[in-house]
Design a protein around this ligand. Structure first.
Ligand code: LMR
Length: 394
């Protein structure tokens, strides 16, 4: 069965990391995958995480299986962060611990295909390179709605609203709650209200991808897009992740949350979600979830986490300013001030694919096709080299 297969194409994002590792250029920089780096270029383990892990090593008494949907205290912690105390623990909300946010998207996608076999998923143009693949693999036809306007470097709000007005009832629309990947450009609260009102009126279901909570403005501010949907009372899905805000990338600590019309519907739907999980990976890996519940359940550790999270957010914010200034100083004609206005880990640079290829071949600088730069990987040490290289390819 393995004979005669054609090679699998490299992954648009993780494939870059593989190529980067093989690159012998001593100045190489990986600005592909969305991973935070500190000023020394390391992806640190947060202090709160280290301390929680130590506690787990000392106190954990069993490695027995988790429930299919994960531990109830993890679900509670996820809901509190995402939804706030007003909605956390409500009967119409159920959460499963999944292997990362990607696992949450896939479990949600398979559930949608089971519950609503006719449903298409609508993705923003552009969107995270893996969205299309995850939803297609679960059998959902893909549709697209306009999102980013390269001319204004902002959201194409009129075209977006018009397109969402035309989404058929029963379809599902994927929306990035904050730090839109890849553009770094988000909806404001007024626009979220407009989108939620359209969803309620037209009868489509939002699927909210919330992978960067805390990397935009702050934990609560970044969740502002959720409230208008919750207030309408409509059904929805949320995929979330602790990869970025806890730095738990390899622990695959994410979740999928369903919000139904009432507790009965939520209970029934969640039973099917659990069965889908059972047929796939059976039950989630425990370690990352235990770290999160240990940190969030302890006032002191939670305080340490909030400080560390704000430290990461502020470093990215200040490097954005330095990056825009570095390009300006090199006299590049194009105005790159938008880098500062974009939020989260990414900057949609406007570099075309030929320029992206040159940065890689001539400078060992790896960014995603389409021009997405992981600003969280830029440091004061590699900034000059990066700005020189971009100025040269422009
Ligand atoms: C990214 O977009 O770089 C991250 O979400 C990591 C990934 O899995 O692609």
């Amino acid at each position: 069965m393995f004979q005669g297969l054609s090679s699998a194409p490299p992954d648009a994002i993780l494939g870059l990391t593989e190529a980067f590792k093989k690159d012998t250029n001593p100045n190489k920089i990986n600005l592909g995958v969305g991973v935070y780096k500190d000023e020394e270029g390391r992806t640190p383990i947060l202090h709160c995480v280290k301390e929680a892990e130590q506690r787990l090593v000392d106190e954990e008494t069993t490695k027995s299986y988790m429930p299919m949907g994960g531990a109830p205290e993890y679900a509670q912690a996820v809901q509190s962060l995402l939804l706030g105390e007003a909605y956390a623990g409500a009967g119409r909300v159920r959460t499963a611990h999944t292997p990362g946010g990607t696992g949450g998207l896939r479990v949600g996608a398979e559930s949608i295909h089971l519950f609503a076999p006719q449903a298409s998923i609508w993705l923003s143009t552009p969107t995270w390179a893996n969205h299309r693949a995850v939803f297609s693999a679960a059998g959902l036809p893909i549709r697209e709605y306009p999102y980013y306007d390269p001319a204004t470097k902002g959201v194409e709000i009129d075209a977006l609203l018009e397109s969402l007005q035309g989404v058929p009832a029963g379809d599902v629309v994927l929306l990035h709650v904050c730090c839109h990947n890849p553009t770094g450009v988000d909806l404001n609260v007024t626009q979220w209200r407009q989108v939620a009102a359209i969803a309620a009126e037209r009868g489509w279901t939002p699927f909210l991808d919330f992978a960067y909570q805390g990397f935009g403005e702050g934990l609560v501010e970044d969740a502002a897009g959720l409230a208008p949907f919750l207030e309408t009372g409509i059904e929805m899905w949320i995929a979330s992740s602790f990869s970025k805000n806890f730095g738990l990338y390899c622990e695959r600590t994410g979740a999928v949350t369903l919000v139904a019309a009432d507790a009965n519907a939520a209970e029934t739907a969640f039973g099917h979600v659990e069965l889908l999980i059972r047929r796939n990976y059976s039950n989630p890996p425990a370690h990352g979830g235990r770290i999160v519940t240990t940190v969030l359940g302890d006032d002191r550790l939670r305080g340490v986490w909030l400080e560390e999270l704000s430290g990461m957010r502020e470093r990215v914010r200040s490097i954005r300013a330095a990056f825009a200034e570095g390009l300006r100083q090199r006299g590049v004609e194009r105005d790159f001030s938008f880098i500062q206005a974009q939020r989260g880990m990414f900057s949609f640079s406007g570099l075309n694919d030929a320029q992206v290829d040159r940065l890689r071949a001539e400078y060992g600088i790896y960014i995603v096709k389409g021009g997405r730069i992981n600003v969280a990987g830029v440091t004061t040490r590699n900034l000059d080299y990066l700005c020189d290289a971009i100025a040269a390819v422009l």
